[in-house]
Design a protein around this ligand. Structure first.
Ligand code: GLP
Length: 263
């Protein structure tokens, strides 16, 4: 089912509430399957999820993780590589077992074939049980920029200048932001058993409206979520501000059935 949850309150309150709801979903998976496979996202958006999860009493020792994406071309150990970010923000925060957490291209092999190896590793782990997603201003999920095939698998992509500009805040200058990345494909993401997409702030309102209500189109890669049977979208009022059916989503959430997995 698709559940669109618009969290009321101040931006900070909404982020914290969204983090708790995403943590509820992930905790359910981990309790039911101690070697669950989590799909991990970087960016500022999922931070409240990791902090909410860190406060839960869960056994992380056997949980596996697969990151969505990674830059290509950063020096090894660069603090803004997604390997470093995932280690800092997720592995260390939750106490995951480092050897069970993977990032595309981190196996030391050739970049050209890294995507195939990553796909094989995800398959060998049994597939992703629950995938956390943010969304970029261009509507990208992972680093699947506009034009990405809905059937795409993990591969090298070229970043748009808009994405490089957005991500320049993590680097000394835009010149330091790589032009290429490895990212799970839209087909890879759609294979996860459940998706949780979070977005906060007005800058994400167009991307969220397109992803949730727009035409299903490679021009807005996040719209691929409409093809998935088990999606939860957690947004604050600002990110929800361009949703046509916002009142219905609020009504449906306020009247969610007792038997729904949230109660
Ligand atoms: C990056 C990541 C995406 C992320 C997006 C939004 O480009 N590759 O996975 O969703 O940025 O980032 P933020 O959550 O910081 O807005």
């Amino acid at each position: 089912m698709a559940e669109i949850v618009i969290l009321p309150g101040s931006p900070d309150e909404a982020k914290a509430a969204a983090g708790e709801l995403a943590a509820d979903l992930i905790a359910r998976v981990v309790r039911g399957k101690p070697d669950a496979v989590l799909g991990l996202a970087t960016g500022s958006t999922p931070l409240p999820v990791w902090s909410a999860l860190a406060a839960r009493d869960l056994d992380w020792s056997r949980v596996q993780g697969f990151a969505l994406d990674e830059y290509v071309g950063l020096p090894a150990g660069h603090p803004e590589s997604y390997r470093a970010v995932i280690t800092r923000e997720v592995v260390d925060t939750l106490g995951l077992t480092p050897t069970l957490v993977h990032v595309p291209g981190d196996d030391g092999g050739e970049i050209a074939t890294a995507g195939q190896r990553y796909e094989a590793a995800i398959a060998a782990a049994g597939g992703v049980d629950i995938q956390v997603l943010g969304i970029g201003r261009t509507g990208h999920i992972g680093f699947n920029e506009p034009g990405s095939s809905f059937a795409s698998r993990t591969r090298v992509k070229t970043l748009t200048e808009a994405t490089r500009l957005d991500n320049a805040r993590f680097f000394d200058s835009i010149d330091d932001v790589p032009r290429h990345c490895l990212t799970q494909g839209l087909g890879t993401i759609l294979d996860a058993r459940a998706l949780v997409l979070l977005a906060f702030g007005e800058a994400k309102a167009d991307a969220i409206a397109g992803a949730v209500e727009g035409p299903v189109s490679a021009s807005l890669p996040g719209s691929a979520i409409q093809l998935h049977p088990e999606v939860t979208v957690l947004v604050d009022e600002a990110a929800a501000s361009k949703l046509r059916f916002a009142d219905y989503y609020r009504y449906a959430w306020d009247n969610r059935p007792d038997w729904a997995h949230w109660s």
